[in-house]
Design a binder for this molecule. Structure first.
Ligand SMILES: Cc1cc2nc3c(=O)[nH]c(=O)nc-3n(C[C@H](O)[C@H](O)[C@H](O)COP(=O)(O)O)c2cc1C
Length: 389
């Protein structure tokens, strides 16, 4: 009798696990990871698409990948447009992170160009900056950048290979502080006067900035409309990831392998398990772990906050990530305390008062250090979809 009950329980469990794994899409091909293959860009004959195929690997706000490419009649020229269909207005009401994301793309294009044998001349806002009163319309009409390619000697750019690694690592970092020479090397990537990169690793600074990061996360986790916006772009299983190829997923939380499939399958079959309260709790717990294991923070600041400066901050951020990778460091932006929605106002003003005392705008606030574990790659769209017809 006992044997029969146990074996039927075992059978039930096995059937449930199979159902969960199938709901997760365990056998589905991960088309959403194809752009990360080093051979992906080679599928295209047009060098402009080849370069764009590298641009899409860049870090980008909320993984919205809001890039559109217009190929000019002149085969050496393409234009980058920001895609206003991919704004996240609740969390990024001034589309500042959205414009930084245009810059992260452009820097990857530049690095890929050097490797593939093209000099890339990038002119920002060739038709002028946006009309802020008609922002969406302006994004449709005015390119963020004109990119002109000319043949050049292929450079073996050490940054090239780093583009194929995950851009963001949200796990704990080792305690090891950054060496003075690493800081000097990272600082030297900035060549412009109107922006600065600052690094913080003193005990007091770590404590203050950790508090800002954590408080910001707690505030954000409590804003229902932002949670709704994030939930709307969360992909619960392999089928959804292949369908959309942008937004958030369990990989972004560092969950991989069988654990990922079990989680994906469970929330697909029982969606109530992934409710607002549990997501908020996980977000705060992840932030707490991050803050407890961060040997250094960095900021990119600009004197002023023009659209051009937002884009150039993104270019600098991409170069910072790639250079950090060559030195064995990883990073994670902690955007919450520098976001501009009303609930964050006090914290936004506080962090600017303390860390941008000359009236600068903090464009990026990140933690960085040596990783304790590798982070998985996240979804990327098919570059063909970004080509304007
Ligand atoms: C402007 C900007 C802001 C970002 N803010 C955050 C953030 O607050 N927290 C975070 O964990 N990641 C942040 N990221 C990282 C993106 O979420 C990440 O690049 C995107 O999801 C794609 O994942 P990947 O970088 O691992 O390829 C930010 C990236 C950019 C460019």
């Amino acid at each position: 009798m006992v044997v029969i009950v146990l074996s039927s329980l075992g059978g039930l469990l096995a059937v449930s696990v199979v159902a969960i794994l199938l709901a997760s899409g365990i056998f589905a091909k991960q088309a959403y990871l194809e752009p990360w293959k080093m051979t992906y860009a080679q599928k295209f004959d047009d060098p402009r698409i080849q370069l764009a195929a590298h641009g899409i690997l860049a870090a980008n706000g909320h993984n919205m990948q809001p890039w559109k490419i217009r190929l000019d009649a002149d085969s050496r020229v393409f234009y980058l447009y920001a895609d206003p269909e991919r704004l996240t207005p609740e969390v990024d009401p001034y589309a500042r992170q959205f414009m930084i994301t245009q810059g992260t793309f452009l820097e990857y294009v530049k690095v890929a160009g050097a490797k593939l044998g093209y000099k890339t001349e990038i002119s920002l806002f060739p038709l002028g900056e946006y009309d802020e009163g008609l922002l969406v319309q302006s994004m449709k009409e005015k390119p963020v950048a004109k990119v002109v390619l000319s043949k050049a000697v292929t450079k073996d750019d050490t940054l090239y290979n780093e583009m194929f690694l995950p851009d963001t690592n949200r796990a704990a970092y080792k305690e090891e502080p950054l060496t003075a020479s690493a800081i000097a090397q990272l600082r030297s990537i900035n060549q412009e006067d109107d922006r600065t990169i600052t690094f913080f690793q003193g005990a007091d600074e770590l404590k203050r900035l950790g508090t800002f990061a954590l408080e910001g996360t707690k505030i954000e986790a409590d804003v229902h409309r932002i949670n709704e916006e994030a939930a709307g772009i969360f992909r619960f299983n392999e089928y959804q990831k292949n369908k959309y190829r942008y937004g958030f997923s369990f990989e972004g939380q560092g969950t991989i392998g069988m654990k990922k499939h079990l989680l994906q399958g469970l929330v697909t079959l029982l969606p109530f398990m992934n409710n607002e309260k549990s997501s908020a709790g996980l977000m705060i717990k992840t932030a707490q772990t991050g803050v407890n294991h961060t040997p250094a923070y960095a900021m990119i600041l600009t004197q002023g906050n023009s659209r051009t400066q937002q884009v150039t901050s993104g270019m600098l951020y991409s170069r910072l990530i790639l250079t950090a990778h060559t030195l064995g460091y990883v990073m994670q932006p902690l955007s919450q305390p520098i976001e501009e929605y009303s609930e964050m106002k006090e914290l936004y003003e506080g962090i600017h008062r303390e860390f941008a005392p000359k009236g600068e705008t903090i464009q990026m606030f990140v933690r960085l250090g040596k990783p304790t574990k590798e982070f998985p790659l996240t979804m990327r769209r098919d570059v063909n979809e970004m080509i304007m017809k």
